[in-house]
Write a protein that binds this ligand. Structure first.
Ligand code: AMP
Length: 284
């Protein structure tokens, strides 16, 4: 992979990298489409990164569909697929980690200790191996993309981090490799995340700006769904991911909800129409 990337750099080509864990869906393919508009070659990676899974999480049962994935990547026009083995990225004696302090410990990081350290470490390694001009991530994982942007800035990386909007099912459920875990009935319940984000939007459109009041609406909507158990439902500022008192700057509504045994996340990005304006723009 390094040799190929070196060659592309020597030819002054614009390299795009799309890191994934495989089990590819239209969300991943939207990142590839974007990368293809801006880069050539486009390199996709598939690596189910053991270091970002907790001991009681789904590493061993995470969906692995390599043959289908490589076909999808080929028809999507990806130039190379990088699919290393865990023992190649983490040989015996591996002992260096990248951690973004503070931001890694909140919300997702609090529910999944060590998760973001695993994510930033593997992303840093992929960025070192490929040294792409641009790397593409999904805003569906809002805190993750924020952390990676921060890491790139803090460590003076030469890669532009591009964050792309979430792709959803027609009923609003954000596409996720983990959606395959849902039973038929759970799949119906899973739309409650999108419904909760919409309930928050309705309040905001009606003029509500109070963080606590918005949280109540989220809790009420999520609490009414039979299979749903809330992990967190917060309104945070888009910089530091601290809970906000009033919505008057860019922020996220962030949700992590168990539907049965499957943990799903989703978010709504909100920003003032112009700096200081009370009118808001909503990005699902
Ligand atoms: P994953 O394979 O889940 O690690 O995801 C690989 C990349 O795809 C990450 O940058 C994710 O944020 C992004 N991604 C996952 N789901 C979606 C989605 N529904 N829409 C857009 N991007 C997504």
């Amino acid at each position: 992979m390094k040799e190929q990337a070196r060659q592309a750099r020597a030819e002054s080509r614009i390299i795009g990298l799309v890191p994934t864990m495989g089990a590819l869906h239209a969300g991943h393919l939207s990142l590839i489409e974007r990368a293809r508009r801006e880069c050539s070659p486009v390199i996709a990676s598939i690596f189910v990164n053991p270091k970002q899974f907790g001991p009681n999480e789904d590493f061993s049962k995470y969906p692995r569909t390599f043959e289908r994935d490589s076909e999808k990547l080929q028809s999507a026009g990806v130039d190379s697929l990088f699919a290393p083995e865990p023992s190649e990225l983490y040989p015996n004696g591996f002992s260096t980690y990248v951690n973004v302090d503070g931001l890694s410990d909140r919300l997702e990081g609090r529910s999944r200790p060590g998760h973001f350290r695993g994510v930033t470490t593997v992303v840093m390694k992929l960025l070192q191996i490929v040294q792409p001009n641009f790397a593409y991530f999904g805003r569906k994982d809002a805190q993750q993309s924020r952390l990676i942007t921060q890491m790139a800035r803090d460590l003076n990386l030469d890669t532009g981090i591009v964050v792309c909007p979430p792709v959803r099912e027609p009923d609003g459920l954000a596409l996720s490799s983990r959606n395959v875990y849902l039973s038929g009935e759970e799949r119906k319940s899973a739309t409650v995340l999108y419904r909760a984000l919409n309930a928050a939007k309705s309040e905001l459109v009606a003029g509500v700006r109070d963080g606590l009041q918005l949280r109540d609406v989220l809790q009420r909507t999520l609490g009414a769904e039979r299979h749903a158990r809330v992990d967190y439902a917060e309104i945070v500022d888009a910089e530091l991911f601290d809970p906000i008192v009033r919505v008057n700057k860019p922020c996220y509504v962030l949700l992590a909800v168990f539907i049965g045994k499957t943990r799903l996340i989703d978010n709504l990005y909100i920003e003032p129409k112009s700096p200081g304006s009370d009118e808001l723009v909503f990005h699902f």
